[in-house]
Design a protein around this ligand. Sequence first.
Ligand SMILES: Cc1cc2nc3c(=O)[nH]c(=O)nc-3n(C[C@H](O)[C@H](O)[C@H](O)COP(=O)(O)OP(=O)(O)OC[C@H]3O[C@@H](n4cnc5c(N)ncnc54)[C@H](O)[C@@H]3O)c2cc1C
Length: 471
Amino acid sequence: MSEFGKITPGMVKELRKIVGENGVIYEEREALDNYSRDESGGDYYAHMPDVVVKPENAEQISKILKFANQERIPITPRGAGSGLAGAAVPIYGGIVISMEKMNAILEIDKTNLVAVVEPGVVTNDLCRRVAEDGLYYAGYPMSVETSFVGGNVATNAGGSKVIKYGNTAHHVLGIEVVLPNGEIVQFGGKRRKDSSGYDITRLFVGSEGTLGIFTKIFLNLIPLPGKTVDLLVPFKDIYTAISNVGPLITESRMLPSAVEFIDDTSVVLGSKYNNITLPFQEKAGSYLIIQYEGPDKEELESVYAKAGKALIDGGAMDVFIADNRTNSEKIWRMRRNWLEGIKAFEPHTPTGDVVLPTSEIPKIMDYISKISREYKVQIPVAGHAADGNLHPAPMKPKEMELNEWKVLSEEILSKIAMEAAKLGGAVSGEHGIGFLKKDLLKETKTKQYEIMKELKAFFDPNGIMNPGKLF
Ligand SMILES: Cc1cc2nc3c(=O)[nH]c(=O)nc-3n(C[C@H](O)[C@H](O)[C@H](O)COP(=O)(O)OP(=O)(O)OC[C@H]3O[C@@H](n4cnc5c(N)ncnc54)[C@H](O)[C@@H]3O)c2cc1C
């Protein structure tokens, strides 16, 4: 990629003219370092940008891209940097465009049930704001308190509520994008239906900053559920837990908004980190955390009564119901803080993100146990049981050198991802490909990869947009 242009002090002067003195970071090592990494697991994945710019509107981004396209300067768009695949790491240096100043909720349209936001809005800020109007934004990654809506759209983020509400793609009605040549265009908008031609909005969702930069996002809103109830269900092993997912959904006559699972290793680490002891902790091999959202208490009571019966019939050790905030928070803290809990014991813990049919979860869990024994590496696993999305998290053995661990952990996660693909799955369910999984993408999706490359060349012929990601 030596064909890329180099940032010069003269170019930085131009960038300062576009976004102002306070919108540029240059030659400040410590400040630049904050933009050199995401949450993908190791310092060894970091790469310094030459310059960071913080635009405030689409017009400024348009000017930056026109200039970068002309000079062939690599551009890395950046949301909150919470990604787990290295997608926001500027591996070729160049310009990082941070969306942090574009954080306005532009409109809550209560007639059309649409929110129009800038990409730098923290997802939970949007959830809280629309709740004030009795509305609900159902895109809900576990990183909801830190990640940006733009980052969620660019990675097609999932989370715990996909079984009921779908992943981020399901909530995006339209986007305004700045293309690499600086053109500002809008695809979709406030309309709910559109069968006129190819769905270009969807093409941009999950594009990981490789096709253009979102500057405005139109999101679907639904009514805020009146009541939520959570169930914590211990099982003797993962097989029994997973065999319950289908019957639970059928028998309860309502789609749960979440069916999460955590394995025994995760529970041991998580309970220490969160200072919580779960019931049956000594005996349970796996837990399901189930959530129902509905209009009122009465309806939910009848749903969780049916669900509870189905779970006990299916071999659950017990069913614990949390229908108040304090108890729900205890249950969810364990799951939401799962990764932080593990990283508190071993910071060099990368996270896999395989997805496969739910029925195949026991097979991949057996495979993960085999790999764990073979490599003598602890691999706690948590995931979204109802949509078959698992996060194996190999933990660096204490005595191992970082360089050795980088190679070994990549090998472990690749093997697990390839096995998932063999079982009818894919190498990423929600975190995206970034640069860490691009070989796996190429190997598992040959024709799709070819088509994607052609689309990339069409939108970004000079290859300036987030180079080295996906391809
Ligand atoms: C503790 C923890 C829990 C997590 N849980 C989940 C989960 O449940 N589900 C899930 O899906 N993910 C999860 N993640 C991963 C991560 O939070 C998501 O991938 C999130 O969507 C990334 O958003 P971000 O704003 O941090 O984006 P970044 O990491 O900054 O960037 C991600 C990608 O988006 C691109 N991008 C950002 N903004 C724009 C824009 N405006 N235009 C074009 N491209 C852009 C970047 O170039 C990059 O390719 C978790 C991460 C952590 C640390």
